[in-house]
Design a protein around this ligand. Structure first.
Ligand code: SAM
Length: 284
C-alpha cells in the first residue's frame, strides 16, 4: 500500500471523515499520480497555486513545498479545520471556505499579484466531477490572468476537452478549450487510485492558456452560441439543427453562407473547424 493510502486512512479515522459523494469526494491515494500532477505544473517560488477542492490536503502538501503561495478553495467545512490543523506552520498557505463557482477569481488573483512576489498563477486540482464542466468554463471564460490549469477529471470529459475541433469525441466545449488554450492529456488514472473508487476512469490533463485566442472572431457571443446550438442536435445537419433552434438566422440565409464558403450544405456542425465557424459568424 502506498504512503498516501496509509495517510488518507489515518486522517479519515482521526477526524471521523466519510466521503461525501454529493460533493464528489474521491480522495487520491497514489503517490505517483500526485508526483505527476505536481511535476507537470512546473512550480516555482514565484507561482501562486489556486487549488480547487483540497479535501484532506494530499495534493496541497506537495504544492506548499514547491509554490510561493497556495490558496485552497474548499466547500466542505469539515475539511477546513483538518487543513488548518495540518498546514498551520506553512506561511504560504491560505484557505477559502466557499463554492469555487461563487469566488471572484479575477479579484483574488489581482490582489495577490499586487501584494506578493507572485509572477504566475496556476490552477491545480483533483476536481469534484459533478461540476467539472462549469468549473472549466468559468476558468476559461472569465479570462483569468493564469498560466495553466492542471486537473484530474473524468477520462470521458478529458477526451472531449483535449480533442481537436472537428474531431470524433469533440463537443461544443472542445471549441471553447481550443479557443483559449492548448490542451494535453498527461496520465490515465485507474479507479482504484482513490478512496472511495469513482465509477469512471480518470485522467490528468493540462491546459496551457494562450496569450490571445487562437483565432480572431468578430462576435464572440454569436460564435459560441452558434457552436452550442449546432451541438445540441449533433446528429442533424447544421441547417436542420439551426432551423429547430432559437439561433436567429433563416435557413435560406445560412444555406447561402455555407455555399459562399464552399461548405457542403448537408454538413453537420460537429464536422466544422473552428476557422469555419469564425467565417460563418463573420457573414451573418
Ligand atoms: N484534493 C483531494 C484529493 O485529491 O484527494 C480531494 C479531491 S475530491 C475529488 C474533490 C474536492 O472538491 C472535495 O474535497 C470536495 O469537498 C470539494 N468540492 C466539491 N464541490 C466543491 C465546490 N463547489 N467548491 C469547492 N470545492 C468543492
Amino acid at each position: 500500500m502506498s504512503k498516501i493510502y496509509e495517510e488518507t486512512k489515518f486522517l479519515m479515522k482521526k477526524y471521523g471523515i466519510t466521503a461525501n459523494k454529493k460533493l464528489g469526494q474521491n480522495f487520491l491515494i497514489e503517490d505517483n499520480v500526485i508526483e505527476k500532477i505536481v511535476e507537470s505544473s512546473s512550480l516555482t517560488s514565484e507561482d501562486l497555486v489556486i487549488e480547487i477542492g483540497p479535501g484532506l490536503g494530499t495534493l496541497t502538501k506537495e504544492l506548499l513545498e514547491k509554490a510561493g503561495k497556495v490558496i485552497c478553495i474548499e466547500l466542505d467545512n469539515r475539511m477546513i479545520s483538518i487543513l488548518k490543523d495540518r498546514f498551520f506552520m506553512y506561511k504560504n498557505f491560505e484557505i477559502i471556505n466557499e463554492d469555487v463557482l461563487k469566488v471572484d477569481l479575477n479579484k483574488l488573483i489581482r490582489e495577490n499579484k499586487e501584494k506578493d512576489q507572485i509572477k504566475n498563477v496556476k490552477i491545480v486540482a483533483n476536481l469534484p466531477y459533478y461540476i467539472t464542466t462549469p468549473i472549466i468554463m468559468k476558468l476559461l471564460e472569465e479570462r483569468l490572468d493564469i498560466e495553466s490549469i492542471t486537473v484530474m477529471i473524468q477520462k470521458e470529459v478529458a477526451d472531449r476537452l483535449t480533442e481537436l475541433p472537428g474531431g470524433k469525441s469533440g463537443g461544443a466545449i472542445t471549441y471553447t478549450v481550443y479557443y483559449y488554450a492548448e490542451a494535453e492529456e498527461l496520465l490515465t488514472v485507474p479507479n482504484n487510485s482513490f478512496i472511495p473508487e469513482p465509477e469512471v476512469e480518470s485522467e490528468v490533463i493540462k491546459l496551457t492558456l494562450r496569450k490571445k485566442p487562437v483565432i480572431e472572431v468578430t462576435d464572440e457571443k454569436k460564435f459560441f452560441e452558434l457552436i452550442k446550438v449546432s451541438f445540441m442536435q449533433r446528429r442533424k445537419t447544421l441547417l436542420n439543427a439551426l432551423s429547430n433552434s432559437t439561433f436567429n438566422i433563416s435557413k435560406e440565409k445560412m444555406e447561402q453562407v455555407l455555399k459562399d464558403l464552399n461548405i457542403d450544405t448537408r454538413v453537420r456542425g460537429e464536422a466544422l473547424s473552428i476557422e469555419q465557424y469564425a467565417e460563418i459568424v463573420k457573414r451573418i
